[in-house]
Design a protein around this ligand. Structure first.
Ligand SMILES: Cc1cc2nc3c(=O)[nH]c(=O)nc-3n(C[C@H](O)[C@H](O)[C@H](O)COP(=O)(O)OP(=O)(O)OC[C@H]3O[C@@H](n4cnc5c(N)ncnc54)[C@H](O)[C@@H]3O)c2cc1C
Length: 378
């Protein structure tokens, strides 16, 4: 046992207080995609441990409570079109998937005011492709750009957006039920700090606080924060990619019932997207005070400053999502970052450690489900 710990080269762990536990697979995080893989591994007879440094389940799709309102979406969520994933989510997982409701693109053409078009309409896609997809220099490239935009819009590629009518809370509930049925063990508030790949013994050894977990493989996706990685072949250094995508939650009191529920802002200096997520939260059951909850995805450079709440509140009035006499109840800024590993990082891990790592392509949720739906179905 002592020898094994020495090989781990985790000298800072006091051996007396360390417990060593063995599993077949250890998962970094509790996102839905990683959870589905965990259930699949259990169905193959493996003993699986999931470890998350957060207190709650779900990774990027976890829900939060704000001003006593439960089941609030943590960030902007939607599914890009992926037939296999949509079918799997609908039929196997029982998610009530639907084409996103009330989704509009807002354009502020020449700063004269906002016009909106249904997200999926040809005019919205054409304006977006023609005017907002990069700068074009020269007459020939311009003609080519116009021609290409028309063809792309005509063929309708990438136009649809989907989501579930029940919000992420119900999705998480269903996935959590699966994990419980498969008796997957989960440790919350537990961070994997060091990983040692023993290529001779074909084992991966993880340090989690004062525990050592030894497994036959480690399961991870794009969102895993990679700990220090060492191996019997030496150290491996991978650079985390930090892409901030700050989120802002705004709870207001307002009586307006606009048609827009999901807004894609085109060339706005603050906002990329804003969704009215009231219908997914506990407010759907009882909303006596006409509360609404909005979540914004902001541009990476937007910091939490004193004026931000007012600016976003006024923008909601400008784009007519709320009335001018609406009242701010509370707000919350979260410095969310997008997944920190790219495909190349995951490929390097796979090439270096073979079967000791099970990498999942989780960067895009629906596509991530689509890649593995067949094997999970089997
Ligand atoms: C806020 C946000 C919103 C997103 N929304 C969408 C969307 O709407 N549509 C879409 O297609 N894609 C979306 N994505 C992309 C996202 O990558 C996938 O949806 C998916 O959740 C990624 O799964 P994952 O397991 O790689 O990472 P995550 O879902 O980020 O989960 C990683 C989990 O692992 C835990 N963790 C990380 N490192 C460690 C460690 N060393 N030790 C212990 N625990 C650790 C974290 O606490 C976290 O809970 C979103 C991403 C983010 C960040």
């Amino acid at each position: 046992m002592k020898e094994e710990l020495n090989e781990l080269s985790i000298e800072q762990v006091p051996i007396g207080n360390t417990s060593i536990l063995e599993y077949d697979c250890i998962c970094i995080g509790t996102s839905m995609i990683i959870s589905l893989e965990a259930c699949y591994q259990v169905s193959k007879g493996c003993r699986v441990l999931m470890v998350d440094k957060e207190k709650t389940f779900g990774g990027a799709w976890k829900t939060i409570t704000i001003d006593g309102i439960k089941n609030v979406e943590n960030a902007i969520h939607y599914f890009l079109p992926d037939e296999r994933a949509i079918e799997f989510m609908d039929q196997t997982l029982g998610f009530p998937v639907e084409v996103s409701k009330g989704k509009y693109r807002y354009f502020n053409i020449f700063n004269l005011g906002y016009i909106k078009f249904s997200y999926n309409s040809w005019i919205s896609r054409l304006i977006h492709k023609l005017f907002y997809s990069g700068s074009i220099d020269g007459f020939i490239p311009l003609v080519r750009h116009i021609f290409r935009s028309i063809i792309l819009v005509y063929s309708g590629r990438g136009s649809r957006s989907y989501y579930v009518s029940s919000g992420s809370a119900k999705m998480l509930e269903k996935i959590k039920d699966r994990l419980d049925k498969h008796q997957v063990e989960i440790w919350y508030q537990s961070e994997i700090n060091n990983v040692y790949f023993d290529l001779g013994e074909k084992k991966v050894k993880c340090q989690i606080g004062d525990k050592i977990v030894v497994a036959r493989s480690i399961i991870l996706g794009h969102g895993a924060r990679l700990p220090e990685i060492d191996s019997s072949n030496g150290e491996l250094k991978l650079q985390e990619k930090i892409h901030p995508r700050p989120a802002f939650h705004l709870v207001v009191e307002d009586k307006k019932r606009p048609r827009s529920l999901e807004v894609v802002m085109t060339s706005d200096s603050l906002i990329k997207y804003v969704h009215d997520v009231t219908r997914f939260s506990s407010l759907r059951d009882s909303n006596r005070f006409n509360k609404k909850i909005f979540v914004f995805a902001l541009h990476p450079n937007i910091l939490d400053d004193d004026g931000l709440c007012d600016k976003l509140f006024n923008k909601l009035i400008d784009i007519k999502l709320i009335n001018a006499d609406a009242q701010v109840i509370t707000s919350l800024y979260s410095d969310i970052i997008l997944p920190t590993n790219d495909d190349e990082d995951l490929n390097i891990l796979k090439d270096s450690f073979g079967d000791l790592v099970n990498i999942l392509r989780t960067e895009n949720f629906a596509r991530g489900i689509g890649y593995y739906a067949e094997r999970w179905n089997s």
